[in-house]
Ligand binder design. Structure first.
Ligand SMILES: *Cc1c(COP(=O)(O)O)cnc(C)c1O
Length: 405
């Protein structure tokens, strides 16, 4: 048996693994030293723990420990990377290339920099959610200082052709920043084979604690320089001042080590469950998977149900399954997801989408329950839906007939 609601929103956040929590706990009250204290053993103990975590994080992504800068999470890491490059490389240029389906951390940072003189290209994506590599290469100018393209999308799970992007960036001498927040610990990520110069990680997306993350900063071929976005004691080699969150960093390190050990078996287990869920839900009439099915994280599926009103769909699950639609929901309105819209999915289907993100603690029984519940709920909602009735009676159902308050 299991408790309700079933948690299938692991792309929003994951529970802290008990093994991670256990190694963190002593660093709150027993080994509580400041990792920057050089004059006593409390400080040395904390520093040793941070050094160990730095190695654990680096190992997972094929980096050197000195290339890891600890931050409060991926949002901060993205801000440090993009703003840090923009401020450092002004003499070279002001052009940044990103894409329409990036996380808001990237898009809003780029928007902010546009007000400070940056020129930003937002590449479109195809119906699979993938940017065109020829368009990427064509967008590069002598003023291009940064390519910011994510590893895997948080809403669809679609995986970008990272190695090909890295090769294009390298060929043109442009720094490549990859928001790998959803990919690290789930699929193999290696900053060398992928030719990534800056990469972001968040602990709470891989069974670690909230409020801890890291930025990988390449130190050779090329050596990437960043302007600090926060001044203080010069921690993290001057790139990120502020007393280190030692328990959080210890947790991030352990989370990375566990992910590395378990990634292969876990990816197999989760993709089998995800595929079973997908096959079952595609038995529902007019159900469509959003984004590439081939280039996709093993634990993610985004699916839309036609002729169901989006604003009632998610509500149908609030007591049974914790899900997200990828849409920004407020009480008054429900904006369709900009990511799904960028794939060319209409507003109605984008609103009627559900993102299933399985995780380490998802069980087969929970998937059985989810299949039954989603199937029943969609059928019930359709039974009450005038759109479904019109469709069944053979009337054309176009966008104009969708009423949204
Ligand atoms: C969650 C997420 C972020 C933000 O990470 P935080 O650590 O919560 O700030 C950035 N990018 C992607 C792709 C994410 O999924």
């Amino acid at each position: 048996m299991f408790d309700l609601p079933v948690y299938l929103d692991n792309n929003a956040t994951t529970p802290c693994d008990p093994r991670v929590l256990e190694v963190m706990l002593p660093y709150f009250n027993v080994m509580f030293g400041n990792a920057a204290s050089r004059s006593h053993s409390f400080g040395w103990t904390a520093e040793a723990a941070v050094d160990n975590a730095r190695e654990q994080v680096a190992r997972l992504i094929g980096a050197q420990p000195q290339e890891i800068v600890f931050t409060s999470g991926a949002t901060e890491a993205v801000n440090l990377a993009i703003k840090g490059v923009f401020e450092t490389y002004t003499a070279k240029g002001n052009h940044i290339i990103t894409c329409q389906t990036e996380h808001k951390a990237v898009l809003d940072t780029c928007k902010h920099l546009e007000k400070k003189g940056a020129a930003v290209t937002y590449l479109p994506v195809n119906s699979e959610g993938l940017p065109d590599l020829a368009a990427l290469e064509a967008a590069i100018t002598p003023q291009t200082i940064l390519i910011a393209l994510m590893y895997a999308n948080n809403e669809t799970g679609v995986i970008h052709p990272v190695q090909a992007i890295g090769a294009i960036a390298k060929k043109h001498g442009v720094i490549y920043m990859c928001d790998a927040t959803q990919a690290v610990g789930k699929i193999p990520v290696n900053v060398h084979t992928d030719q990534i110069d800056l990469l972001t990680i968040s602990a709470h997306k891989l069974y670690g604690p909230k409020g801890a993350g890291a930025l990988y900063v390449r130190r050779r071929d090329p050596r990437v320089k960043l302007t600090a976005q926060q001044d203080g004691g010069g921690h993290e080699r001057g790139m990120r001042s502020g007393t280190l969150n030692v328990p959080g960093i210890v947790g991030l390190g352990m989370a990375c080590e566990l992910a590395q050990q378990e990634m292969e078996t876990e990816a197999k287990r989760l993709s089998a469950m995800r595929n079973r869920l997908q096959d079952a839900l595609l038995q529902i009439e007019h159900a469509y998977v959003n984004g590439s099915v081939e280039h996709r994280l093993p634990h993610v599926m985004n699916i839309s149900f036609k002729y169901v009103e989006g604003n009632t769909l998610l509500m149908g699950f609030n007591k049974t399954i914790a899900l997200s639609s990828g849409s920004a929901c407020t009480a008054a309105s429900m904006e369709p997801s900009y990511v799904l819209k960028a794939l060319g999915i209409g507003d109605d289907l984008a609103r009627a989408s559900l993102r299933f993100a399985l995780g380490r603690f998802t069980t087969d029984e929970q998937i059985d329950y989810t299949i039954r519940t989603v199937t029943d709920t969609v059928q019930q909602l359709r039974a009450q839906s005038p759109l479904w009735e019109m469709y069944r009676e053979g009337h054309p159902v176009d966008s104009a007939s969708w009423a949204h308050p």
